[in-house]
Each structure stands twice: as structure tokens, then as C-alpha cells.
Design a protein around this ligand. Structure first.
Ligand code: ZN
Length: 455
């Protein structure tokens, strides 16, 4: 017997939102990038909750068409005016330094300095988040209003950083289920102090993994915490054999704001995870946005590249780039809320519940409707709304349980929440009216467009 039916209840508690928020707040100040000690420190915070395995991949290692870059570490940075005052101070916000900036220490005129300063004229009070991973450069980021008030004088710029041969670091945690078929949950760990993008996603997945430990599940759950793009590419390059076990997957980012929810479908478009997430969002009472796959965004770009074509979608509250806080200093701890984190957690767990519990049953009394009253299953509570929903669920389940429809098929067709259909099917089974035939694995793509076989 699986305890899968209780998965939702076992994972959901009142405190989940606060717990996720607390971890997001703890990792928020860390200066992360695609490599370096900020990533390691973040992974260590995750490892305080789950048995995270950390991997170090040396600079120069080829990973498909890419190469592991040099490791970047930063200790301090500032712009000082001629009075020696720090007008920009890395210690106040790590967004002030363009990520991956090469080290620099020199005196400049205002005109020279301006070549290296990034601002947001449309949002003059915010610090932008900028990176320069694959072109050597240095730069500072600051509020446009402050930038406009810089006096024409000499400035001292100092970025105490190093860019040297080292490692790319990522972490993973595997919750072993009853099968080796896997559900991948992936979050990027390369952004510095940005709360929603993606301290929220890192913290949510950590607590999901933590709560899942000790639960019996049908699928194995792989939690991957890796720097965006290069981290996912690295994992895929080193785990091509494992990637074939991935039957469902989600990339998680920006799950702490009150927008959305947004689900971007996998490249396959009709994978089980797509249907499970759409079902969860459709019955959430919120106003979801469902997007077709497009080859831009987060690490679903890599998982859904044609040579892999994994069934991996993207779950977010607000969509990236669609909110003014995106990639600015306004994406701070005031922007995310424990209630939104808890709601996001619920929506993901509901989809997992579908994936774990979807099954095909057979009606044991298929010739005409069974006389439900005889089993104490009909109209027990007249006029009760829940009873009416359950009666309708029974009729749908009995009618469609012909061996060709799963519980999710039935829930979709009847427009009923999966939990209602699942619970009702269990009752019918207890009364001998329904027989379990098989768990439903969903549609597997046998051959990808590039001819790689997929089980
Ligand atoms: Zn981002």
C-alpha cells in the first residue's frame, strides 16, 4: 500500500509558509553567482535541512557545447568620492556590483566612471541586477537618482574580486521512492540578493524535500540546486543516463509573490506534469495563466532542449520580466510573503498528488448503473453540496472506468478536483464496485525528434 493518498495532508501544515520564508530570509544576504563561495554557502544552508550532496566540477571541463567557467569570488567593492566617502558600497547591497566583474582598482573621472555604471532611469530609486558572465567586464549598479547627483570629481573604484580556475558547484538530493522513475524539481542558485527570484524557489524546494523524507512515494524525487543555465547543462552532461529516468519535472522560481499563478508547459505540451499542474491551478480559485513552451526563460530551456525533450514545466507566481520588481533591488524580503509561499507549496503538492495517485480502475458492475443505495453510497445526505459533488463523481468514475481512462482523465472530463475523484474512487473500491488495474504513468514519448529513445 502506498501512503500516497495522504501525501498532501502529510506535507501541508500551518507553518509551512513561515518555514519557507525563514530559509529564504537566511539565504537572501548571500552574494551568489554562477560559481564561487556564495553558491557553496547557500548549499550549506540547504544541507542544514536535507542530506544534500554537493558536487564540484573543475574550471575548463567541457559540458556539451559549453565549458565550466572560472570561479568568481568577491570580498568587497566600492566607489569612493574625493572626500573618501563610499558613495556605492557592496557591503550595503551585493546588487551594487555587476556579477562576475573582473577585479579593478583605479581613479577615474566622472565621465570615465559613467561608462561602467548601470541604472534604471524608469525606476530611479532601484538598483538593477546585472551580470557579465561570458564577456570580461566590470561594472557597478546604482539608483538612477543617486547617479544623476554624482558630482563632477575624481572617484576611486575598487572591486576586490577574483576570477580564477576553480569549480562550479551544485547540489542535489534524491528522495528514493518505490520505483527508479524520477520526478525532477529544479531551482537556480545563481542570483544574489533577490528574494523572489530565487530565494523563494530554493527555500520552497528545500522544505518540500525535508517533508518528503520518510514518506513512501511511488516516484523518486530528485531535487537539484544549480546555477542557472550552466548548472543545468552541467548536470545534464554528467547525468545523461539518469535523465532518461525523469518522467515528470518542474523548474521552480519566483514563488513568493501574490501574482499568477503561472505555468509554462513543457516542450511536449501534453505531458502528465502539464496536465497535473494545469489541473491544480484550474481548481485553485486563483486566476492562472498557462503558457505554451517557448525556448527562453529558466532551466526548462535545457531540460526541454530537443536532445533531451524532458517533460519539465516551469511554475511561477508572477511570470519573469512581467513585474516591475523583477531583477531589481525591489525584489527583496518585503516583496515575498509566507502566505504566498504556502499557497505555491500547496499548488505544487497538489500536482505531485495527481502524479503519485493517478491510476486506472475498472468498474466491477459495468452493466447498467449499480444500485448505489444498496451499498449506502447514494443520496445519504440530500441537498448537501459535498454529497452532490461526490454522487456526481461516483457516476463519472463508474461510467468512465472502462480500463481506458485514468482518474485524472475523469477529473478533467467531469471538471472535479482530483482529490474528490481520488477519494471517491477509494470508497467505490472499498465497496467492491471498482478494481485497480494499474497506476497511470501518463504518456511517454518513445522517440524524440533527434532519434534518442525515451522510455
Ligand atoms: Zn532571474
Amino acid at each position: 500500500m502506498y501512503v500516497r493518498g495522504d501525501l498532501g495532508e502529510r506535507l501541508l501544515t500551518e507553518e509551512i509558509g513561515e518555514e519557507i520564508f525563514a530559509l529564504a530570509a537566511k539565504i537572501f544576504p548571500i552574494c551568489r553567482s554562477i560559481t564561487g563561495n556564495g553558491v557553496r554557502q547557500t548549499l550549506r544552508e540547504i544541507a542544514a535541512h536535507i542530506a544534500l550532496e554537493m558536487h564540484e566540477v573543475p574550471t575548463g571541463t567541457p559540458v556539451f557545447d559549453w565549458t565550466i567557467p572560472r570561479e568568481w569570488n568577491i570580498r568587497d567593492a566600492y566607489i569612493k568620492d574625493s572626500d573618501g566617502e563610499r558613495v556605492v558600497d557592496f557591503k550595503k547591497s551585493n546588487l551594487h556590483v555587476m556579477s562576475y566583474s573582473t577585479p579593478v582598482h583605479k581613479h577615474l573621472s566622472l565621465a570615465e566612471l559613467k561608462q561602467h555604471v548601470h541604472t534604471l532611469p524608469e525606476q530611479p530609486d532601484l538598483i538593477p541586477y546585472r551580470t557579465s558572465y561570458y564577456a570580461e567586464a566590470w561594472g557597478f549598479c546604482m539608483p538612477h537618482r543617486q547617479f544623476e547627483n554624482l558630482r563632477d570629481q575624481a572617484y576611486e573604484v575598487f572591486i576586490d574580486a577574483s576570477l580564477e580556475d576553480g569549480y562550479l558547484t551544485y547540489g542535489e538530493y534524491l528522495h528514493k521512492g518505490e520505483t527508479t522513475d524520477e520526478f525532477l524539481l529544479s531551482a537556480h542558485v545563481c542570483h544574489p540578493s533577490l528574494a523572489n527570484d530565487n530565494c523563494s524557489g530554493i527555500a520552497l524546494l528545500t522544505h518540500l524535500a525535508k517533508r518528503m523524507a520518510g514518506l513512501r512515494t511511488r516516484y523518486s524525487y530528485r531535487f537539484l540546486f544549480a546555477p542557472g543555465t550552466i548548472g543545468a547543462i552541467t548536470w545534464l552532461a554528467r547525468n545523461e543516463h539518469i535523465s532518461q529516468r525523469i518522467k515528470h519535472g518542474l523548474v521552480i522560481s519566483m514563488v513568493g509573490d501574490g501574482g499568477g499563478p503561472t505555468y509554462k508547459k513543457s516542450r511536449r505540451g501534453n505531458a502528465k506534469i502539464d496536465r497535473a499542474m494545469i489541473h491544480s491551478l484550474h481548481h485553485s480559485g486563483l486566476t492562472p495563466t498557462i503558457l505554451d513552451f517557448f525556448p527562453y526563460g529558466y532551466d526548462e530551456r535545457q531540460y526541454c532542449s530537443p536532445g533531451f525533450n524532458l517533460p519539465v514545466g516551469l511554475f511561477q507566481r508572477s511570470s519573469f520580466g512581467k513585474i516591475p520588481q523583477y531583477h531589481t533591488s525591489a525584489d527583496n524580503l518585503d516583496f515575498i510573503r509566507s502566505c504566498h509561499l504556502a499557497r505555491s507549496f500547496h499548488l505544487i503538492v497538489e500536482a505531485i498528488d495527481v502524479i503519485e495517485n493517478d491510476a486506472v480502475y475498472l468498474n466491477a458492475v459495468p452493466k447498467c448503473e449499480p444500485q448505489l443505495g444498496k451499498y449506502g453510497l447514494y443520496g445519504a445526505v440530500g441537498g448537501n453540496k459535498d454529497a452532490a459533488t461526490e454522487s456526481m463523481a461516483m457516476l463519472w468514475i463508474l461510467n468512465l472506468s472502462d480500463g481506458g481512462h485514468s482518474l485524472l482523465d475523469i477529473a478533467e472530463r467531469a471538471d472535479l478536483p482530483f482529490t474528490v475523484v481520488r477519494g471517491t474512487a477509494q470508497r467505490l473500491q472499498q465497496h467492491g464496485l471498482l478494481t485497480l488495474i494499474r497506476p497511470d504513468k501518463g504518456t511517454d514519448l518513445d522517440i524524440c525528434d533527434f532519434g534518442c529513445s525515451r522510455q
